[in-house]
Design a protein around this ligand. Structure first.
Ligand code: GLV
Ligand code: MN
Ligand code: MN
Length: 417
């Protein structure tokens, strides 16, 4: 199935065009500090999708939308009975998101198709761009929910019923922006999937390598925690006997940090969201909601981290006279990518002469869901200071271009001539 790279070994993407497209996308839903704010299924997300589809149609791709709002833009091959060789990522962002997380992967795949078109190169299998709905999981938890439905990890009805903080459902919001498509999610054929992404960590920059050959992704467990104490007057309630849910929460936040450090060097743990009720200066907080994100590349160790969290909840609930409800909303086990796809990326990287290393992804990605049913792998490029989920997120144009060249040749190898 593999075509030697020598067939088109001089072929390169247009790095300037790729950069310009990323910058144009960033103008939709600009952040206040130079990044982007395009939360899933908002008006900004719709505008980003519309622009992406316009660009795909200009390249003569046919566009299919499934009933999770995932978008597939297909460039026909010479044998269209073959399933397409795909690549993509997401266009939604974090509330204080950067210009590159996800966007790079979608627009790198578009740049591959633009390059094939302008060089009049036909492939045997169709080549396709994929844009997955709600990767970030910021507005609707959990993350990667639509690639998860595609991979059979979530029921569609479960995904539809996810709500944002205003109680709006994912399905209603999908319909509202006009992206509730007709194709049943999961029915779309796929021979292989690549995802190009910024690393979102400091390793490539530290090691001065342009390409990360990603062999897998670490596991994640997400929790919703509600701590219930008692609202009470801040002036007249003596300190002993208070049932202060926020004081209990502070103990839990420290416990999450401790758990991560105790399961080093790879364990990480984060409390990223918290809400306090009634959130009034002179009332002792009676209820706190918070989220916990635990990750580890080893599923057994990740399980130990979960157990420790449960133990801390029990002891804090006893010592602070509060109730703690610990709800595990998501367990995403670590994954290992497919050897054929890893090899395609590795061969392309070596042939192009880029400095590289193998690595495991610290972040979650749609590729980490779809890899359970389709041969998949990822390509990482460095980002400045390893910073991501931050408006200052930055990647160098030449690194983005290098990753896109690797993607081009990996896709060509699998799509054949
Ligand atoms: C996705 O951005 C993640 O949480 O890793
Ligand atoms: Mn991403
Ligand atoms: Mn992200």
């Amino acid at each position: 199935m593999t075509t030697p790279m020598s067939a088109h070994h001089h072929l390169r993407v247009n790095g300037q065009r790729l950069w310009d497209s990323i910058m144009a996308m960033a103008e939709i839903g600009p952040g206040e500090q130079g990044g982007s704010r395009r939360l899933a299924l908002t008006e900004e997300d719709k505008q980003g999708r519309d622009l992406f589809i316009e660009w795909c149609k200009a390249e003569n791709c046919s566009v299919t939308i499934d009933d999770m709002g995932n978008i597939f833009a297909t460039r026909p091959g010479t044998d269209n009975d073959l399933p397409p060789v795909c690549s993509g990522s997401h266009l939604d962002t974090q509330p204080h998101g950067g210009k590159f997380d996800g966007i790079y992967g979608v627009l790198a795949a578009l740049e591959v198709i633009r390059t094939l078109n302008e060089n009049d190169i036909s492939t045997r299998a169709p080549v396709e761009i994929v844009m997955w709905t709600n990767e970030e999981g910021s507005r609707f938890a959990p993350a990667m929910v639509s690639s998860g439905v595609f991979a059979g990890l979530f029921e569609k009805e479960y995904a539809y019923s996810r709500t944002d903080s205003q109680g709006k459902s994912l399905r209603d919001e999908l319909e509202k922006i006009g992206y509730l498509g007709a194709q049943r999610c999961g029915d779309h054929p796929m021979a292989a999937l690549f995802e190009a992404h910024i690393e979102q960590g400091p390793i490539l920059e530290r090691d001065n390598h342009q390409i990360g050959i990603v062999i897998g992704g670490q596991g994640q467990r997400w929790f919703d925690i509600t701590i219930t104490g008692q609202d009470s007057h801040a002036g007249s309630t003596p300190m002993p006997g208070r049932r202060d849910a926020l004081v209990a929460a502070s103990g839990l936040i420290r416990a999450v940090q401790k758990i991560a450090l105790e399961h080093g060097p790879h364990g990480v743990g984060t409390v990223g969201e918290i809400s306090v009720s009634p959130n009034s200066r002179n009332t002792i907080p009676g209820e706190v909601f918070l989220t916990v994100d635990l990750r580890n590349p080893d599923d057994a160790v990740l399980g130990q981290m979960r157990d420790r969290l449960g133990e801390h909840c029990t002891s804090i609930s006893d010592s602070h006279n509060v109730q703690i409800n610990l709800d595990e909303i998501w367990h995403n086990p670590p994954v290992r990518f497919h050897q054929d796809c890893i090899r395609a990326v590795s061969d392309a990287t070596r042939a192009l002469g880029y400095g590289h290393q193998e690595m495991v992804s610290g972040a979650g990605h749609d590729a980490c869901q779809v890899c359970r049913i389709v041969p998949t792998s990822m390509i990482f490029v460095p980002c400045e200071g390893g910073l991501s989920h931050n408006e200052q997120e930055h990647a160098e144009p030449e690194d983005l271009e290098a990753g896109c060249n690797v993607l081009l040749h990996a896709m060509l190898a699998l799509a054949g001539r």
